[in-house]
Design a protein around this ligand. Structure first.
Ligand SMILES: C[S@@+](CC[C@H](N)C(=O)[O-])C[C@H]1O[C@@H](n2cnc3c(N)ncnc32)[C@H](O)[C@@H]1O
Length: 213
């Protein structure tokens, strides 16, 4: 059983830790909001998000009147509970009729969706393929799940993946499954250090590459 801690640090920041590992705080959220904007920039209306976290990606999506539906898959029900009770700001988000938060593994939640039913799938469930908090999340960055995501996207759909480092393996997978691949880096300042986060994205799934699931 994972230990999920949401705590207010001495510097005033809200911090999320899982099993003692820092996941994120609310001081530097540029990349989480950029993830949402990669979808908004395409005019996405139906969006699936992997990972509620502190809710910044979801809030950015719901701030757009163009967005009709956001399905969020969150592994830890405690995080949704902490948002509901106000420990994590966002109880207002949970009341938005366009939002459906499903407690479960993003792989199961995506697999359960009808084919070609989303304009965008945004994945921010771990630190990227090479820095996992949950070993099981290795599968999120592999062929089978990328193919499953591609199959759940409409013809102009977007799959965007947050990562704390660039990844040749993820780039190659996206290139195999999408017509257009973009990679964007974001300079951030994290707890006194300069860091660079990455959004790797594929647009327009190649139907020929999709393995039916
Ligand atoms: C870095 S946070 C997401 C941050 C979020 N983008 C935001 O704006 O606050 C990662 C979240 O993914 C969740 N998570 C981890 N593995 C998951 C999985 N396999 N399926 C669904 N959620 C997962 C974690 O519990 C955590 O809430």
């Amino acid at each position: 059983m994972d230990e999920v801690i949401v705590r207010r640090r001495d510097d005033g920041a809200l911090e999320l830790r899982v099993n003692g590992v820092f996941v994120m705080d609310d001081l530097e959220t540029t990349s989480e909001r950029l993830l949402a904007n990669t979808a908004l920039d395409t005019g996405a209306r139906d969006v699936l998000v992997g990972g509620l976290g502190l809710g910044f990606t979801t809030r950015e999506l719901l701030a757009s009147a163009v967005v009709d539906r956001v399905v969020v898959a969150e592994l830890h029900g405690e995080i949704v509970d902490r948002m509901r009770d106000g420990t994590i700001p966002g109880a207002d988000l949970l009341d938005d009729p366009r939002l459906d938060v499903v407690v479960g593994d993003v792989r199961d939640v995506v697999s359960a969706q009808p084919r070609a039913s989303f304009d965008a799938i945004l994945l921010d469930v771990d630190n990227g393929p090479d820095f996992l908090v949950h070993d099981e999340n290795a599968a999120v960055y592999r062929e089978g799940f990328v193919a499953t995501c591609a199959a759940r996207l409409r013809t102009t759909g977007l799959l965007a993946i947050w990562s704390m480092a660039d990844s040749d393996a993820v780039r190659a997978l996206l290139e195999a499954h999408f017509d257009e691949v973009t990679v964007e880096s974001v300079d951030v300042r994290l707890q006194g250090r300069d860091e660079c986060y990455w959004i790797l994205a594929g647009r327009r799934p190649r139907r020929s590459a999709i393995v039916p699931t």
